[in-house]
Design a binder for this molecule. Structure first.
Ligand SMILES: Nc1nc2c(ncn2[C@@H]2O[C@H](COP(=O)(O)OP(=O)(O)OP(=O)(O)O)[C@@H](O)[C@H]2O)c(=O)[nH]1
Ligand SMILES: [Mg+2]
Length: 398
């Protein structure tokens, strides 16, 4: 066992570089880019709606990049874009419709991440009629299997003096027979002539307390994209937290399987650091699911806290200096070997310990991350073991 008695040193920079590579690869594989297309006449309230859902910073993203003459792409972050269309009016209508058709056709040949994932078709309530352009666009979205939510914007009064509802007219004209594809919204709080305040409507809930645009959009988006949407919408904190948790759980399974692959041929416990790039990739990605970018320093802190807790069970200790050093503990079983199951289980429990720490501190994540320590990690690691008793058994004897 001479080899295992030796200390091993690793350069943290190298580790981080590998971790980043793994994270980027998995991010691609789990497709978390989000592209929302918003269409409707000039003045329909598209920009106002976008601001209401995604927050005011979206408005200040400049003038966007023209994709075609009548379609502009507004990159909000590196993984979230809004495509805004112009010219659904009579004159430019044919042109815009064919540009949208060409765009969707071209996108079909691209990776999922680069495609448009959902369309919001905005029809203003004011003049109580639906135009040819709007109908044709709706048909095109259907033709390309693009989930579309038809949105009546600037909602103020659904029924006219005869009791005919504009929402019924639109649903009938577009053959929408499920409300999950339809929403009336008022994106601005307005005051009517009587001085009565009309509150924002239909973004989170409608006036009967049913799901609004945000829940419906989340439900229609594919996995991965819906996680990004939940992160970027600004209204529904509960959705943001639940979606982050759900997505993080999936990511943890994914990375645990990767870690299992690293130890497919058993590795000595003292080679524990071979797993760390995968685990740091996971920590980075889970942080990302919670809307956080973590720095190299933070990654180091979390990784160190983790090995400080889990490593002891494997008879190893981590010394942190300019280099990370694995030190076998004397009288331990550091000569043992880590197989795929132990590697996957350790990674899973690490992920869940980190996830529940973030979940408990959802309202002050930045703080929570910068103050993570071995003691805190120990507490959450122990909790994770109680929560996953079968997994805990896998590593208990180690
Ligand atoms: N009362 C009321 N006014 C709204 C609502 N949404 C938008 N508006 C107003 O309608 C006008 C046009 O809204 P925008 O959001 O700029 O419309 P747009 O569809 O982005 O227009 P273009 O960018 O020109 O295509 C603005 O004056 C908004 O303040 C709403 O829900 N209620
Ligand atoms: Mg606009």
């Amino acid at each position: 066992m001479a080899e295992n008695a030796q200390e091993k040193e690793f350069n943290f920079e190298d580790l981080l570089k590998k971790a980043k590579g793994i994270f980027e690869q998995v991010k691609k594989e789990t497709s978390e880019n989000l592209n929302v297309l918003i269409a409707g006449k000039t003045g329909a309230g598209k920009s106002t709606l976008i601001n209401a859902v995604f927050g005011s910073e979206v408005a200040s993203t400049g003038s966007g990049e023209p994709v075609t003459k009548n379609i502009k792409q507004y990159p909000i972050t590196n993984d979230f874009s809004i495509f805004d269309t112009k010219g659904l009016e009579m004159a430019a209508f044919d042109e815009t419709v064919s540009q949208i058709r060409d765009l969707l056709k071209e996108q079909k040949t691209k990776p999922v991440d680069e495609q448009i994932h959902i369309a919001w078709l905005c029809i203003p309530e004011g003049n109580r009629r639906i135009e040819e352009g709007e109908k044709e666009l709706h048909a095109i979205f259907k033709e390309f299997d693009l989930p579309v939510i038809t949105i009546i914007t600037k909602a103020i009064q659904d029924a006219d003096e005869k009791g005919v509802k504009f929402s019924d007219i639109v649903k009938k004209e577009l053959s929408i027979n499920d409300d999950k594809y339809f929403q009336r919204v008022r994106a601005l709080e307005v005051e009517d002539d009587e001085g009565e305040i009309k509150k924002i409507l239909g973004i989170i809930k409608d006036n009967k307390g049913n799901d609004g645009l945000i829940e419906k959009t989340y439900a229609l988006l594919p996995e991965g994209q819906n996680a990004a949407f939940a992160r970027y919408q600004k209204h529904d904190n509960e959705l943001r937290q639940n979606a982050a948790k759900k997505h993080a759980r999936e990511l943890i399974n994914y990375y645990s399987a990767l870690a299992g692959g690293v130890a497919a041929a058993p590795i000595p416990f003292s080679d524990f650091l071979l797993l760390l790039p995968t685990q740091i990739g996971m920590i980075t990605h889970v942080s990302n699911a919670y809307g956080l970018d973590i720095s190299a320093d933070t990654a180091k802190k979390v990784a160190t806290a983790f090995v400080g807790v889990a490593g002891v069970g494997f008879g190893i200790k981590l010394a942190v200096g300019s280099l990370l050093k694995i030190i076998p503990l004397s009288g331990s079983i550091a000569g043992g070997a880590m197989n795929a199951t132990i590697a996957a289980t350790t990674t899973k429990l690490m992920g869940h310990a980190y996830l529940s720490y973030l979940d408990d501190n959802f309202d002050e994540l930045e703080n929570a991350i910068s103050s993570i320590s071995t003691d805190i990690f120990k507490e959450y690691w122990d909790k994770a073991k109680v929560f996953f008793p079968d997994d805990a058994k896998n590593i208990a004897s180690k």
